[in-house]
Design a protein around this ligand. Structure first.
Ligand code: FAD
Length: 471
């Protein structure tokens, strides 16, 4: 029987895995491989929270493979020599993988494919993570989109979902040696991540469970509730999607099966979010410098301020004195996740009120989010900062107080993550600096004034914007 390596990367699942499926359909005995090669991802090597998740997800994948008679072969080092050594060791004739779209790994993968093919190995790559790959959708002039709505309209006119594929029931045993997972040193040695695992179950089983919880719960009302951070109003599938523990088309199939007059708007709203995810990958592929460079070059001359280390630290740790901002950043620190609405609020506070360059925030999210994803994170930060595709204009400055009043009207989210404010009346929890006596009496540990006065910060941001527009 011929042997093929299936090179797992960010497709840590057995069902709906096109690379695995293709290897099996070609009649190969499969050797599943994961190569720890973070250094090949350049400055966007996975951050600490992402690695903590990856550790558990790899363990889950190995357990799923073992339940079928196989096991995951772990290697570390440069990818190409690691693959070549495994080809030598196993006599593999083919290598299959699912594509990634980051600027550092795309050329690497293209070079690996070329080299392996030159050496007579059948190297094949598949789409394992998107509904539509970046090059599937283009304007009539053959150009990439920079605006979401026409992009999405185009997607909908081509809408089709790949068929679902069950996980193989058995896989052949192999005798290839593997590194022990612990030697990859992905899991934190200081257990700062303990809080994460009260909220998350990495791995394919956890992903399917999250989908089922969503189908039975937050799906109904998603359109209305997805902006309310005090409840589970969204699917919380983002880390599972990032690590490829579930295919987006499995989610789409599941939701399509639940269509009814009562769920149509929610399902359409949800599929649109998956569309934003594809769009982010479209942008990253076509504009590969955007993880660090403004998509809109007009902002290259914008006078960003230089926040002090202390200001940045206070923002990172949720100690700004603006409760909704602090709640979001503390949720992130404790759970590795932050609600989307609150991501926008904390990002706006950083880029506009503090006028810090969006990269300060993007890098912090990169290290602390369990769903840190170069495409989504880059698009999210550039969108809020006003420097990106289809972005919120810079002059539209979120007011964190009115945002909190609108989206967290009972201050439940604030009280959960900033419990020292719970002794204040609800109305005082949105802008506690306006109630100095109450604050001093009932929440003495909380900052008396915000890191930057909201009106002054907003005015300074708008002045800077006008200055850069005029220059
Ligand atoms: P749901 O509402 O259930 O959405 C379903 C899925 O659609 C998500 O899992 C996600 O894959 C995708 N999605 C939803 N909203 C967006 C969006 N705005 N852009 C792209 N895809 C989206 N998302 C990440 O996955 N990784 C990131 O690193 C990331 N960084 C962000 C940074 C900023 C500043 C902002 C404003 C947003 C960022 N997002 C990021 C997008 C969004 O906040 C998360 O995808 C969402 O909160 C995940 O929760 P959920 O799975 O419950 O979402």
């Amino acid at each position: 029987m011929s042997v093929a390596l299936v090179w797992f990367r960010r497709d840590l699942r057995l069902q709906d895995n096109p690379a695995l499926q293709a290897a099996l359909e070609a009649g190969h005995d499969v050797v599943p491989v994961y190569i720890h090669a973070s250094h090949e991802e350049g400055e966007w090597a996975p951050g600490a929270a992402s690695n903590a998740w990856r550790h558990r997800s790899l363990a889950a994948l190995d357990a799923d493979l073992r339940a079928r008679g196989s096991s995951l072969v772990l290697r570390a080092g440069d990818s190409l020599p690691a693959l070549q050594a495994l080809i030598e060791q196993t006599g593999a004739e083919a290598v299959y993988w699912n594509r990634k779209y980051e600027p550092a790994t795309q050329p690497r993968d293209a070079a690996i494919k070329r080299t392996l093919r030159e050496q007579g190995i059948d190297a094949q790559s598949c789409n394992g993570s998107l509904l539509f790959e970046p090059w599937d959708i283009a304007t009539q002039q053959g150009q990439p989109y920079k605006v979401f709505t026409p992009y999405w309209r185009n997607v909908l006119s081509h809408w089709r979902l790949p068929a679902l594929q069950a996980a193989p029931e058995t896989l052949p045993a192999h005798t290839v040696d593997s590194l022990a997972l612990d030697t990859l040193q992905l899991a934190p040695t200081l257990h700062w991540d303990t809080g994460f695992w009260e909220h998350w179950q990495p791995g394919e089983t956890g992903a399917l469970e999250a989908l089922s919880v969503f189908e039975d719960g937050a799906l109904r009302g998603y359109r209305e509730q997805r902006d309310l951070p005090d409840r589970v109003g969204t699917s919380r599938l983002s880390p599972h999607l990032h690590f490829g523990e579930i295919a987006p088309w499995r989610i789409a199939h599941a939701l399509e099966g639940l269509r009814s007059a009562g769920t149509d708007a929610d399902i359409d709203g949800y599929l649109r979010q998956l569309g934003w995810r594809d769009f982010a990958h479209h942008l990253l592929h076509h504009f590969p410098k955007t993880p660090t460079d403004n998509l809109n070059p007009r902002f290259d001359r914008f006078p960003w301020a230089s926040p002090s280390a202390a200001q940045l630290y206070d923002w990172q740790r949720g100690n700004t004195g603006v409760p909704i901002v602090d709640a979001g950043l503390r949720e992130l620190w404790h759970t590795g996740y932050m609600h989307n609405r609150v991501r926008m609020i904390v990002a706006s506070y950083l880029c506009k009120h503090l006028r810090a360059h969006w990269l300060h925030g993007a890098r912090w999210f990169w290290d602390t989010l369990v769903d840190a994803d170069l495409a989504n994170n880059t698009m999210g930060w550039q969108w809020v900062a006003g420097t990106g595709a289809d972005a919120a204009p810079y002059f539209r400055v979120f007011n964190p107080v009115t945002q909190a009043e609108k989206f967290d009207p009972q201050a439940r989210y604030i009280s959960r993550w900033v419990p020292e404010l719970a002794a204040l009346p609800v109305k005082a929890r949105f802008a506690p600096w306006q109630h100095p006596h109450l604050l001093a009496e009932r929440a003495p540990g909380y900052p008396r004034t915000p890191l930057v006065d909201l009106a002054a910060g907003r005015d300074a941001a708008l002045a800077a914007y006008r200055q850069s527009a005029a220059g």
